[in-house]
Design a protein around this ligand. Sequence first.
Ligand code: ASP
Length: 472
Amino acid sequence: MEARKTPNWKTYLVFAFSTLIFLVLYLTPVESFAPFPVSLIQLLRAFFLMSALYILFEKLFPMEIYTKILLGLLLGALAGIIFQADIVEIKPVGTAFIRLIRMIIIPLVFASLLVGTASLGDPKKMGRIGIKTLVYYLAYTAFAILIGLVLANLIKPGTGLSGQAQAELLQNFGGELEAKVSGLAGQANTIDILLNIIPTNIFEGLTNSILLQIIFFAIFTGIALALMPGEKARPVLAFFESINEAMIRIVHMAIKIAPYGVFALIAAVVGSFGMEILLSLFKYTLVTIAGMIILNFTYPPVVKFFSGMSPMVFMKGIREPQLIAFSTSSSSATLPVTIEACTKKLGVPLKIAGFVLPIGATVNMNGTALYQGVSAVFIAQVYGIPLSIGDQLMIVLTATLASIGAPGAPMAGIMMLVIVLEQVGIPSEGIALLLGVERILDMFRTTLNITGDASAAVVIAASENELNPPNK
Ligand code: ASP
């Protein structure tokens, strides 16, 4: 990390100057600046407000990115309460941030799924263990999403906004309702929906962001590449590996500006709709965490049922990777500790742990999937968009695929949430609401993700009669 420079008096001066100017400009009615045009005043005050925020975050108190995002949320809410509808003019900063994220989704999903599938190797050679692993992973992921959907539908954390507020919110923040309506019109019945996953022209899928088609094509291409002789597949794989890497770098860049995007979007939302929306956000966070706690308690009985291992032994054995996952928010970074715990404490042979766990770190994300289920329903509730059973099934399908496509890295889940939202036509700007609580939810998600991986390692080892726990 760069050595921290102590800010000098000039920085304080510029900060004080920017703060003063934006306060004066916001607190004085715009008309009193005539003959200067209103739009010029709006532009100036937004500029000084963002400059003050920039100096505060980057120069005066350099802090960890997640702290900045959380502070962006709090200060944004505060600005919304103080300046009300006037603050809406800074929304373009937030919109730019969301567009930046959306820009990378398609290449990111395509490249990471293609590379991920190809790295699983020849499906024929993957054999029995591979099939069992995938079935366990997919089934548990779908189950986790169901827990999320049930909770969000029962508790309804996103309702409570008046009908008029929802209509306005949708008009101001949701550019995609039309897409939803036209999408639904085109998807008459279940057979058509399923058939429509197979693209007839992949470029049509790519240009129209039909993500399930893109995912389908990427998986098939990945399998085909795995079946080809190494030297023939290598150039294409290397190309997509590089694209994947480049997109992940753009994600990191986007995250750097997230605090400002979050500030702008939250300020605009709270400025127009008041505090009710924050109360909903609080409820949403509690519901998501409750869901993850429930999910956590499903693993010991499942492990006991399939392997006979005592719940105590399992929970104690995975305590260490759970703690690392909680503190790093990265399944991939936790992987070595997960392997160590499964082999040393739970008695999974290395040949099984070494296969099941690395795949699990990117493919199996139960916590992420649950989170996506709750989040999609929550955002739809906030916007007042009704979700049919078909929409919810679509969420199960896309969230399962999205959690497979997500790399085991911090904030991957929220990026992939955009896919889920777009697929069912929920405005993806909605993720702005969630960014402020992203860090804490990511910590929980990752913990659950690696617990799911470890449970698979134990269950699969037991099914192969190869489990040797130190004390069952
Ligand atoms: N951070 C999570 C993981 O590494 C992925 C996510 O963002 O949900 O498992």
